[in-house]
Design a protein around this ligand. Structure first.
Ligand code: COI
Length: 357
């Protein structure tokens, strides 16, 4: 058991909190007063440190900068009406973080060390957790290889860090439907690759195609599988759900998509509501056809940053199908309402989803 006594804390005595406009938060644009760091050196985790948020030192030869040996996670903390703070599904995020680390040959941080450090950080910056519903404290744990040598080998030493940022909606559209396009000339992940791990390169590689999609008027790319360029995978910042023939269909976890914690929550809630769920390959042609016949009722994405975000339009090879362009569909709205009510403690915690700080 790690007690708060085992965490070294250097307080920031020049808080920036009073300068923050909580009514106008861009995603990840501002950070709280403190950051946490735990070094993994000589084969062991050192004492966690919490210090003022600010620049970090790194050797120019650090392996993260050259070979990208690093992993990150995205989590959120929410405020209840009575002021309590809830970290949402901390155990599931930690488990995914450790799985991503395994894939990158990085030591997995023990859950207790991860959680106790995070709780101390949030406690110190608790005034930064937005008071308004639908806003939250976005938590970004990450780990990176610090060995300063260019040999193509696993780093022996790492820094694990956590930074936090008060956020509102992820998309500038708010929770209005987003527009997606496929880009069959590019792929996001290949079987046996790192598509299911939350690693920086997965995101960096989508920036160029993403910019092309934005230029053409789409919010994001709907990624297709790398082999047949036919099956829908995910959106890059969200998993994707199709509500068709009264069944919720989503791509299976076969190694090329991120195993989303919100995806898992939507599936668990759907099953509890007796909505049939199919995790199976779904082709873009099946989606377009279902849209044409009217079998496709709703499309929405799920993610920590995005929560539940409706999709209003899908474009594929010159063909465009439109869903409701103005608002969320009723099923997506139901998930959004339930999940946000759990976030803010207004609905019963289904199964230890909430960790109070
Ligand atoms: C998240 O949903 O937490 C993500 O990591 C998506 C992010 C790239 C904005």
């Amino acid at each position: 058991m790690i007690s708060s006594l085992d965490i070294q804390i250097e307080k920031n005595n020049q808080s920036r909190l009073q300068n923050i406009d909580f009514s106008n938060l861009s995603f990840g644009g501002v950070f709280t007063d403190h950051q946490a760091r735990i070094a993994f050196v000589d084969g062991e985790w050192k004492t966690p440190e919490i210090m003022p948020y600010g620049p970090i030192e790194m050797l120019p030869g650090a392996k993260i900068l050259h070979y990208g040996q690093g992993v990150f996670e995205g989590m959120k903390a929410f405020r209840y009406q009575d002021g309590k703070i809830n970290i949402f599904r901390a155990d599931k995020h930690h488990a995914r973080f450790v799985r991503s680390c395994e894939r990158m040959n990085i030591p997995g941080i023990p859950f207790e060390l991860f959680l106790e450090t995070l709780k101390s950080l949030i406690n110190l910056d608790r005034e930064w957790v937005p008071k308004e519903k639908f806003k939250s404290l976005y938590i970004r744990p990450f780990i990176f290889a610090i060995d300063g040598s260019l040999g193509m080998s696993t780093s022996l030493n790492y820094h694990f860090m956590i930074i936090c940022s008060p956020v509102g909606n992820y998309y500038s559209e708010g929770i209005k439907p987003v527009k997606l396009t496929t880009m069959p000339e590019y792929v996001r992940a290949v079987p046996g690759g790192v598509g299911e791990a939350k690693v920086p390169g997965n995101y960096a590689a989508t920036l160029k195609p993403g910019a092309e999609a934005n230029k053409a008027g789409y919010t994001q790319i709907l990624w297709l599988d790398a082999i047949e360029r036919k099956y829908v995978e995910e959106v890059g910042t969200m998993n994707i759900f199709f509500y068709m023939n009264d069944t919720l269909v989503t791509a299976p976890l076969k190694g090329t998509i991120l195993p989303g914690v919100t995806r898992m929550s939507v599936i668990e809630l759907a099953k509890a509501k007796n909505i049939p769920v199919e995790e199976r390959p779904i082709s873009i042609d099946e989606v377009l056809e279902a849209a044409e016949t009217g079998a496709l009722k709703e499309v929405f994405g799920s993610g920590t940053a995005a929560v539940v975000s409706p999709v209003g339009l899908i474009h594929h090879k010159g063909k465009t199908v439109t869903l409701d362009q103005e608002k969320m569909g009723p099923l997506a709205q139901e998930f959004y309402d339930t999940i946000t009510a759990i976030h803010h403690g207004e609905e019963e915690d289904p199964d230890n989803w909430c960790t109070l700080v």
